[in-house]
Design a protein around this ligand. Structure first.
Ligand SMILES: Nc1nc2c(c(=O)[nH]1)N[C@H]1C(S)=C(S)[C@@H](COP(=O)(O)O)O[C@H]1N2
Ligand SMILES: [Mo]
Length: 248
């Protein structure tokens, strides 16, 4: 685990890098980052590599069993109805700091460009599994919705509750526009199954499992996380269990 000082260093530099893609690719600039004193190896990796791709695997590497974790079946009447209707009346909303709020059916989402990736899921509880995911790049949806330049975070509102509190998560724009960040409607060549977050779940491959919000029904672009639920950007973050940034 990384400590807070490293996090602050990493997030400050990530902001710098997000506006400086060309600098980031410049060997001299990378050398400066590498030689910066006082940074640990871990922090340097975060500073330089937040836009790097997570490792992708081959079909042969796929786990025969991919366990599910957390909510396996949301226990609300709304979710029961969606399930009974096979999600035909489900809509994904994309709103907040956007100029063109979206409301998309599953059919519409599946008609958008698809990215497929075989990646390893790492849960903070100490298990991993390799699976294949099919979905639409989140960046594409955000562009389609006309993301405002004021937006700094993207919040995922889920349909399940744990102990009476709704599950939610959030990421910054570096991760939101990362090419492997997708909203997955499929897994292992099939429609996404309920325990894995049907009808739609986030894959944010450079972060730990709890950031991968399942059962997503609303994506909200915000300037600050302060006004959302407990204000720390996620269900486990609000309860003080896990850090907001869970980079791997
Ligand atoms: N809505 C929602 N998303 C969630 C959770 C949850 O309980 N509810 N659990 C998280 C955790 S801790 C993990 S490890 C992964 C598990 O994904 P899986 O069930 O597909 O293995 O989902 C994450 N996303
Ligand atoms: Mo997890």
């Amino acid at each position: 685990m990384i400590d807070r000082r490293q996090l602050i260093l990493a997030s400050g530099s990530a902001l710098l890098l997000s506006g400086c893609d060309r600098l980031n690719g410049n060997p001299a600039f990378r050398q400066v980052l590498r030689s910066a004193e006082g940074l640990t190896m871990r922090a340097q990796r975060l500073v330089t590599d937040r836009t790097a791709l997570a490792r992708e695997y081959s079909e042969a590497d796929m786990s025969p069993i991919f366990r599910s974790n957390g909510t396996r079946l949301p226990d609300t009447p709304d979710y029961a109805r969606h399930l009974a209707e096979r999600f035909t009346n489900y809509r994904l909303r994309v709103d907040g700091l956007v100029t063109k709020p979206l409301s998309l059916s599953l059919e519409q989402i599946r008609a958008l460009p698809v990215r497929t990736q075989v990646t390893r899921h790492d849960c903070v509880e100490g298990w991993s599994a390799i699976g294949k995911w099919h979905g639409v790049p989140l960046g594409l949806l955000l562009k389609g919705a006309g993301l405002s330049s004021r937006a700094r975070f993207v919040v995922f509102h889920c349909m399940d509750r744990l102990g009476g509190r709704p599950y939610y998560e959030s990421i910054d724009l570096v991760d939101a526009f990362h090419p492997q960040t997708i909203l997955a409607w499929g897994m292992n060549n099939r429609a996404l199954e309920v325990p894995h977050g049907a009808p739609l779940r986030l894959r944010v491959e450079r972060q730990l499992g709890y950031k991968h919000a399942k059962f997503v029904e609303r994506i909200e672009a915000v300037e600050s996380l302060a006004g959302i639920h407990g204000g720390r950007g996620g269900y486990w973050e609000d309860s003080g269990d896990y850090e907001w940034y869970a980079g791997i």
